[in-house]
Design a protein around this ligand. Structure first.
Ligand code: DOR
Length: 434
């Protein structure tokens, strides 16, 4: 397969229409009426009516390998990512064994390169075995071939403030970032699974109050400020979290020596807690779906830049882990293949954001947070041709059985969307569609 192509007449970032010529995996020319010399006829792509964006970057993917290859593998997760328009994903550390050593990080990195569909960048655990006690080999993971930049115990909160402080101090030395799963374990324990409120009481489900997230976010921004380091808030889910981040960003800007960034998931931008009324474990996720007021605050925060990025928290689970009584089912939902359609419907089709804004929150900013210099570069001559072609007026109905993921815990099954990924290219090579 050639890594040269010509995309004709697509709307670049939803704005001007032009041709884009890719030679050996790099954007070589952008302009009207480019000639196709040297490009195979099969590599000339008709972009008429389509939007061309830089390849998406996911800060938060669970690929499950090693250990749970019955739910997902690096290869199947990479296929799902490419189908969703992604050219890079950060693979969370809660595998078995946990990614808490340089060797473990290199193993995931190598599996990603062998699959070759997206750049798989391992996230390192903050603590050994995700136990929350002893720091993992942060420096060794960073200096390894995998070049780990982002550290997270995701799935679990780094609850001990002393451990979090040390982690922030440690990663500061090499410009790394700690991505926190904010859940105070004494306010929301492991069985907490429904937003705490009238509904959780009525359904008899253990409540997961927003304050359990907010107290950790508030604590962590103060620790980041104290240590002069970088903290990232994973899957922000409440209006209170947004308020804290807004305050913290203003302080960080004044102080200049530390930073806070945050992500929101597509499901927290669209789905609400009332979906739990039917006790369907497909909608069981951590943090839980929240009420409409929180959803509105998250949308506003994404539009105004308080929340920096959209991240999927793609969390595949095998049937035998998900198909249980609600309280016993695993937390998590699929997200890679549908993220762009969801974000387009909530943010772009409603006029809250432009396609260029979507590219910022789903490509360039996540790439910058993760330190992936060759991703999220934008549509510019000399940039690697990591690209996604989007049909902005598609009419698609999500079918969980058409998923390229190994798992089927898809909360979007049967929903209709108006935008869809048509093709994805990693350094000029087609990885989906085309
Ligand atoms: O719903 C979730 N699932 N939230 C997490 O934080 C972890 C994830 C998983 O690993 O399944």
């Amino acid at each position: 397969m050639s890594a040269s192509l010509l995309v004709r007449g697509a709307s670049l970032l939803g704005d001007t229409t032009a041709d884009v010529r890719v030679v050996e995996g790099v954007i070589a020319e952008i302009g009207p009426g480019l000639d196709a010399d040297g490009i195979e006829p099969g590599d000339v792509v008709d972009g008429d009516g389509l939007v061309l964006l830089p390849g998406l970057v996911d800060l938060h993917t669970h690929l499950r390998q090693p250990g749970r290859e019955d739910a997902e593998t690096v290869r199947t997760g990479s296929c799902a990512a490419a189908a969703g328009g992604y050219t890079a994903v950060l693979a969370m550390a809660n595998t078995s064994p946990v990614t808490d050593t340089a060797e473990a990080a290199e193993h995931v990195f190598d599996l990603g390169r062998a699959a070759g569909l997206v750049d798989v960048q391992p996230v390192g655990a903050v603590t050994k075995g995700l136990a929350g006690e002893e720091l993992a080999e942060l420096g060794l993971m960073h200096r390894s071939r995998a070049g780990v930049q982002v550290f997270s115990d995701d799935g679990k909160c780094v609850a001990d403030p002393r451990v979090m402080r040390r982690a922030l101090e440690y990663v500061r030395a090499f410009g790394g970032v700690v991505s926190q799963h904010a859940q105070d374990p004494s306010l929301a324990g492991p069985s907490a699974c429904c937003h705490e409120g009238e509904l959780s009481g009525r359904l008899g489900l253990p409540g997961w109050p927003g304050i359990a997230e907010e107290v950790i976010v508030a604590r962590d921004v103060m620790l980041a400020r104290h240590t002069g380091s970088r903290v990232h808030v994973a899957h922000a889910s409440t209006a209170g979290t947004v308020e804290v981040i807004r305050w913290a960003k203003a302080q960080a800007e004044k102080d200049g020596h530390w930073s806070v960034t945050a992500e929101v998931t597509p499901h927290h931008l669209l789905l609400t807690t009332d979906l739990l009324a039917g006790y369907d474990p497909t909608f069981k996720v951590n943090p839980p779906l929240r009420p409409q007021e929180d959803v509105e605050a998250l949308r506003e925060a994404l539009a105004d830049g308080t929340i920096d990025a959209v991240a999927t928290d793609h969390a595949p689970h095998a049937r035998h882990d998900k198909e249980h009584a609600f309280v016993d089912a695993a937390f998590g939902m699929l997200g890679l293949e549908t993220a762009l359609s969801v974000v387009a419907s909530v943010m772009v089709e409603t006029g809250r954001m432009t396609w260029a804004d979507l590219a910022r929150v789903m490509s360039s900013t996540p790439a910058a947070i993760a330190g992936l210099g060759e991703q999220g570069r934008g549509l510019e001559v000399g940039a690697p041709a990591n690209l996604v072609l989007v049909d902005p007026s598609a009419d698609v109905t999500v079918d969980r059985d058409a998923s390229l993921s190994l798992s089927r815990n898809n909360p979007w099954h049967g929903r209709q969307f108006g935008a869809a990924v048509r093709a994805t290219y990693l350094r000029g090579q087609p990885t989906f569609g085309a």
